[in-house]
Design a protein around this ligand. Structure first.
Ligand SMILES: Nc1ncnc2c1ncn2[C@@H]1O[C@H](COP(=O)(O)OP(=O)(O)O)[C@@H](O)[C@H]1O
Ligand SMILES: [Mg+2]
Length: 302
């Protein structure tokens, strides 16, 4: 297990930012850490990287307890913080070499050149960090995080501040990195998770509310109603449909019936039997998938 979080809580004074959160990330996974602003994403990431102690609970990265092995873990974890504390008066190349020095990297110059290439910093690398746009500063932060060739990457909102083309670049870079590294990235953007992550952990008010393969997110039962679109050869009376157990509404839109059923009840079998019993031909039946946005909203609004 690359990352293992057990029952982690965090208090800032009296405010509780994390409530007994637990999850695991396996080696080589790309996991999205999704939640609205203020959910506790950055707090969790600071704890994972050893920058902030948890109030209670256990965190291990690469099998090492983060509170007991913080020095050793600095080289195994690459961390892109949300507010990148860069020395803005230094030149990009100069800064990266400086960081490489802190890590005691062998052949720093070559390594820095590789990272400049990989993160697309080449056109801006002769400038002072202060002169860079937010997107390019993020790239410097990424290059810095990647310098020691860490096993685990913790990226706190890695694409904020980028324009759409740059977002695509960075997502591609993350996907490429994901082939050889374990990545946990936070975002408040659902599409970002869909675009890069195999799995998603959703956090809301400090609690983990979902942990699921991205492809299966739409199967999470939320409080929302289920909508089924049904077509018959002849039209029954709406009362007949509503009489079916589990169906709450039936609206005819001119070509098909839009049937609302109770959350988490599957009435498709009953609709089929209803058609047979009433000598109707079922021309079509389709259960509307809930969008991932619906799932996210249902889980993170209360
Ligand atoms: N240093 C701090 N002192 C007090 N409260 C904080 C501090 N950092 C974060 N918080 C609070 O903790 C909660 C979680 O914040 P954060 O982890 O930054 O969420 P996210 O990254 O998901 O937006 C928020 O309510 C935030 O206001
Ligand atoms: Mg944050």
């Amino acid at each position: 297990m690359s990352i293992s979080v057990t029952d982690v809580s965090k208090f800032y004074g009296r405010q509780q930012a994390l409530k007994s959160a637990s999850f695991e990330v396996k080696s080589g996974e790309i996991v999205g850490f999704l939640g609205p602003n203020g959910a506790g994403k950055s707090t969790m990431m600071k704890i994972l990287t050893g920058y902030l102690p948890a109030s209670s609970g256990k965190v291990a990265v690469c099998g090492l307890d983060v509170t007991e092995n913080s020095i050793e873990l600095r080289r195994k974890i690459g961390y892109l913080p949300e507010h990148n504390p860069l020395y803005t008066d230094m030149y990009v190349t100069e800064y990266l070499r400086f960081v490489g020095g802190i890590y005691h990297l062998p052949d720093i110059k070559t390594r820095v050149e590789e990272m400049i290439e990989m993160t697309g910093l080449r056109p801006e690398c002769h400038k002072k960090i202060r002169m860079l746009s937010k997107g390019y500063r993020q790239r410097v932060g990424l290059a810095q995080a990647l310098l020691p060739d860490p096993e685990v990457l913790i990226l706190d909102e890695p694409t904020t501040g980028f324009d759409p083309n740059q977002v695509a670049d960075v997502r591609n870079l993350i996907r490429t990195l994901g082939k050889s590294k374990t990545i946990l990235l936070s975002t408040h953007i659902m599409q970002e998770v869909q675009a890069i992550c195999e799995r998603v952990i959703i956090i809301h008010q400090g609690q983990i509310v979902a942990d699921e393969k991205t492809a299966k997110l739409d199967t999470i039962h939320t409080a929302g109603d289920t909508i089924i679109e049904v077509e018959f050869d002849r039209q029954p009376a709406p009362e007949q449909l509503i009489a079916i157990q589990g169906i709450m509404r039936a609206d005819y839109n001119g070509s098909s019936w839009v049937i609302t059923s109770q959350p988490s009840s599957d009435v498709r079998g009953s609709i089929f039997r209803f058609a047979v019993e009433n000598d109707l031909i079922l021309l079509g039946m389709k259960q509307q998938k809930q969008s991932l946005e619906d799932v996210f909203q249902a889980l993170t609004t209360k």
